[in-house]
Design a protein around this ligand. Sequence first.
Ligand SMILES: Nc1nc2c(ncn2[C@@H]2O[C@H](COP(=O)(O)OP(=O)(O)OP(=O)(O)O)[C@@H](O)[C@H]2O)c(=O)[nH]1
Ligand SMILES: [Mg+2]
Ligand SMILES: [Zn+2]
Length: 295
Amino acid sequence: MPRGLILKGIGGFYQVEGDTGLYVCKTRGIFRKKGISPLPGDFVHFSITNEKLREGWIEKIEERKNFFIRPPVANVSQIALVMTGVSPEPDYTLVDKLLVAAFLNDIQPIVIINKTDLLDREELARMEAIYKPAGLFVIPMNKVTMEGYSILHDKLRGFRTVFAGQSGVGKSTILNIIMDKWLMETNTVSDKIQRGRHTTRHVQLLPLDCKGYVVDTPGFSSYSLDGVEHDGLGWLYPEFEKYQSECRFNGCSHINEPDCAVKNAVEAGEIHHIRYEGYRKIYEELKENYEKRYR
Ligand SMILES: Nc1nc2c(ncn2[C@@H]2O[C@H](COP(=O)(O)OP(=O)(O)OP(=O)(O)O)[C@@H](O)[C@H]2O)c(=O)[nH]1
Ligand SMILES: [Mg+2]
Ligand SMILES: [Zn+2]
């Protein structure tokens, strides 16, 4: 049975990319009964009912490595966090939350500092310095001089990358340029799905020439972290790692304890204070949620 990747789903039809091109597949009632609905990013096994019309049935959904409800997408392998220095003003805590979610789900994060045409080089260096100690790959980009675009294209190779970040940072702009330059020529895009309701709000995987896929998402202004306990938050900050074991207390929260190696590293400038402040905010928020749940 052929195996394929769901690129998008519209009104009960799924566009599936198999080895020999695109098919439009429906799902068996059995999935609905089990409460499973296929997501873009799902790897599926499908049977072909009409080769000429390129139609089939989805018979099996492979186990997901991860999945998200908002936006609905499965098997994300990389997240590109887009931010800017000025317009809009960066929401560092939002970026940190997305980074935490990425590390929690074993997704490779990269950071894009976009609109560098509006930023002087010192400001840019200041922003890069926030994320470099965490070992993150940072790409300065702008559409005016095309800075960073080919570096990004290179980083997309072989990954299924979701673009996320505040509204107005330039996610769609970046993806439109990427698609203009590097969208894969797809064969037979079936009619049926083209005629279906189509809005840009629909989550879809766009195949690139480099065996990478990109997904645009609408910007969000807030993000709630699920599946993270405040106790474990520090372990999702890569730059805390080498200090954590040196704190005086086992299970130190790095908030109020004395002889905290993480806090000392912040004071010494080895951990960036913006990352640490974000950590405190997120920690308090998670703790509050925890107490609400168990009180
Ligand atoms: N100066 C400058 N403006 C840019 C750049 N990239 C994008 N913009 C502008 O930023 C604005 C917002 O861009 P979008 O691509 O719509 O932003 P978005 O992140 O997709 O926003 P949402 O869809 O609301 O989440 C547009 O006016 C773009 O033209 C850039 O490199 N430099
Ligand atoms: Mg957009
Ligand atoms: Zn500590």
